[in-house]
Write a protein that binds this ligand. Structure first.
Ligand code: NCD
Ligand code: ZN
Length: 345
């Protein structure tokens, strides 16, 4: 008999759905697998106020194919000028469930990000007081810091002091990529958690650079050395409630990736669960997959778990070389590979 794994329907706690025609093309891939997703606000221009976020949510709902059951969980993009009252109002009214801190110029769509966390101190104090989670892109942007060290340096310079000074603030350290980040999250109190992407569980930096430069393996934070990948795999499959699924699926048109200055971001939404479950099987931790994918995230955000169930079955699935996202060609993660588990719905 085919091996099967049935779990509560998962959620994706970090996704880039984009906007316009591409939104329509990529959204069904996320909505097929996930009941809810935390939608990143790094559009151009970014979603920096209640009205903008509410309008973006409506565009997502309008782009959702009929019959698909999916709830976007919206986020606010923090800038140096964010008004604490706007944050509290949007959270109270359910316009957004969290706010995202992008250090200015850290990644795609972060040009309007925060130049110094001291500038948003009043916002963070208000968020701590109302129990609103802060989602952090954890990299310094200092030109003197090597790109492979930017996450570890961010912990020292910014995140550790922040968590020490505002212990009541709920913080999700997004898409962690290093052993240092895993240790930091493990060593912090229950208000600090982290998301982990499929790519950082599967690849190290060699995947990007050995045998030629492979732009489709490039995302931010950039994949690190093998020891970091192993630390992430151990954390994800440990059973700790502090780690949960966040794909960071970040679609870019093939031409924007295969370029002299290629964009950062990996489009993993079409085979996200298949990709994650392979890691849990390899680590002998299939019994812990449901906690990572479906239980730990809602517990941290204070949301109910999903009642519906989904099944994965041990049947090979071929990942196409490219996916047509409503007219935009995008190369998915695992392009051209065969994965050993199939999402059966
Ligand atoms: C993301 C994007 O393209 O929006 N890119 C990425 O490499 N992850 C931005 C981000 O989450 O850093
Ligand atoms: Zn992201």
């Amino acid at each position: 008999m085919t091996q099967q794994l049935t779990i509560r329907r998962p959620d994706d706690w970090h996704v880039h759905l984009r906007d316009g025609a591409v939104l329509q093309g990529v959204l069904p891939h996320t909505a097929r697998q996930f009941a809810r997703a935390i939608v990143m606000p790094n559009l151009s221009p970014p979603m920096t106020d209640c009205a903008g976020v509410a309008a973006y949510r409506q565009r997502i709902e309008a782009a959702l194919p009929a019959g698909m059951d999916f709830t976007p969980l919206m986020t606010l993009y923090l800038t140096d000028a964010t008004d604490p009252d706007e944050v509290a109002r949007g959270f109270a009214e359910g316009v957004f469930v969290a706010a995202k801190l992008y250090p200015a110029h850290a990644t795609t769509g972060s040009a309007h990000g925060v130049t110094d966390v001291a500038n948003i101190r009043a916002v963070l104090e208000r968020m701590a007081a109302i129990g609103m989670p802060l989602l952090v892109h954890g990299e310094v942007t200092d030109a003197h810091v090597d790109i492979f060290d930017r996450e570890a340096v961010f912990i020292e310079r910014t995140l550790a002091p922040l968590v020490r000074e505002l212990p009541e603030l709920k913080v999700v350290f997004e898409h962690v990529t290093t052993e240092e980040a895993v240790r930091f999250v493990e060593g912090s109190g229950p208000n600090v958690a982290a998301t982990i992407t499929p790519q950082h569980l599967h690849i190290n930096r060699n995947a990007m650079l050995v045998g030629g430069i492979r732009p489709h393996m490039f995302c931010l934070p950039v994949a690190k050395r093998e020891k970091h990948r192993l630390a992430l795999r151990a954390a994800a499959t440990s059973g700790s409630a502090k780690f949960f699924l966040g794909t960071d699926s970040a679609p870019h048109a093939v031409g924007a990736k295969e370029s002299a200055c290629g964009c950062a971001g990996i489009f993993n939404a079409p085979f996200a669960l298949e990709s994650y479950v392979a890691v849990f099987e390899e680590e002998g931790a299939l019994d812990r997959f449901e906690a990572f994918a479906s239980l730990n995230g809602p517990a941290f955000y204070g949301l109910p778990v999903n009642e519906a169930k989904v099944t994965l079955e041990k049947v090979a699935v071929a990942v196409p070389d490219q996916i047509d996202a409503n007219g935009t060609q995008i190369v998915p993660f695992h392009a051209g590979e065969s994965l050993s588990w199939r999402f059966a719905g």
